[in-house]
Ligand binder design. Structure first.
Ligand SMILES: NC(=O)c1ccc[n+]([C@@H]2O[C@H](COP(=O)([O-])OP(=O)(O)OC[C@H]3O[C@@H](n4cnc5c(N)ncnc54)[C@H](OP(=O)(O)O)[C@@H]3O)[C@@H](O)[C@H]2O)c1
Length: 312
């Protein structure tokens, strides 16, 4: 592998990330020489979509043909797949698991190969949108050598990404991604599932909620946190929160713990924004702690000071 030239690439796995990275890098001028997955039909389809790539008969054939072999397989399979290959010095093995360190590729490292991580910080539900979504995404890059580090950074940039190096703790980094992305989907699932309780379908609910979500993301992008926070807690409307808890308790009790945990953290965000003071924060926290009498008095406070509550 020559520092000045682009490495020949190989892909093991034919899933969403393998397909998106292989096509994106091929479009950007990289030579993808070989691909291999357990499913022969998908392997051949991926190879056909890449100029010059062969559908390799085995993982070993990919590792032998490529300077950099990307093991874009399920997280739990990475170590075993790496250990099933005979690596040699001068080759490189790379995985795409954001939560894991280079240790997963110990077998390749022990055999003298360079090892690395190339993790696009993006949610890819299908290969077609994945290629588009990679543009502008952050890419976690880590490597056992400066040379591979440089090659991986160039690969990230070639598909429109922004490479960055993690200081420590990839697991916590991955938790952050899961909170922001996966659990956000779960929140929308919980939110849209409430719609049949007031006469609409979940699908109608989701369609109605999406513009609200897009507006919120735009606010976060434009104004940052805490400035983007709106809603009853940002306004200090403890009465509204008490009513929420009352109705949720009757109609969707499974949502109450999630609502309370998120609302308690939202009190801190509202305090940081400066739209509520310590007394109002205490009243909100007490309301969320579930004391019925407090919830009622919170309602009274809110009713007295009512006027101009927003849509949320
Ligand atoms: N999807 C995302 O949003 C995303 C984002 C960033 C990073 N990543 C990372 O990218 C990597 C690949 O994820 P993906 O989303 O592309 O997964 P995927 O679409 O589910 O594809 C997984 C691939 O791994 C293969 N595989 C699974 N178990 C295997 C085993 N025991 N031996 C050999 N191959 C095996 C599968 O083969 P079969 O098709 O034969 O089952 C498939 O080709 C993971 O490390 C993941 O953490 C994913």
């Amino acid at each position: 592998m020559d520092r000045s030239s682009r490495p020949k690439l190989g892909f093991i796995g034919t899933g969403v990330v393998a397909t998106a990275l292989a096509r994106g890098l091929s479009d950007a001028g990289y030579e993808v020489v070989a691909v291999h997955g357990r499913n022969r039909r998908r392997t051949e389809a991926l190879a056909r979509s890449l100029s010059g790539a062969v559908a390799a008969p085995s993982r070993q054939a990919v590792a032998d043909a490529a300077d950099v072999a990307v093991l874009a397989v399920s997280d739990d399979a990475i170590a075993a797949v790496a250990a099933s290959i005979r690596w040699s010095p001068g080759r490189a093995a790379v995985h795409c698991n954001g939560a894991a360190s280079l240790d997963l590729l110990q077998a390749a490292s022990d055999a003298g190969a360079e090892v690395g991580v190339l993790h696009p910080l993006q949610s890819f539900a299908s290969a077609d949108q994945a290629q588009r979504l990679m543009r502008g995404s952050a890419f976690r890059v880590e490597a056992s050598s400066g040379r591979l580090q440089g090659l991986l950074e160039q690969m990230a940039i070639a598909v429109g990404g922004r490479p960055f190096v993690l200081g420590a703790n990839p697991t916590l980094y991955h938790v952050s991604a899961v909170l922001a992305s996966n659990y956000f989907v779960t929140l929308l699932d919980l939110a849209s599932a409430l719609w049949p309780e007031f006469g609409a379908t979940r699908e109608e609910g989701l369609r109605a909620l999406l513009p609200l979500v897009r507006g919120t993301i735009e606010n976060v992008d434009r104004l940052g946190i805490p400035a983007a926070l709106t809603g009853p807690i940002a306004r200090g409307d403890a009465g509204t929160v008490a009513h929420h808890l009352e109705v949720l308790g009757e109609l969707a009790p499974h949502v109450v713990p999630v609502y309370k945990e998120l609302a308690l953290h939202t009190v801190s965000v509202a305090l940081a924004k400066g739209t509520i003071d310590r007394d109002r924060a205490r009243l909100l926290t007490e309301t969320l702690s579930g004391a019925g009498a407090l919830a009622e008095s919170a309602g009274a406070v809110s009713d007295e000071s009512e006027g101009g509550a927003g849509c949320e």
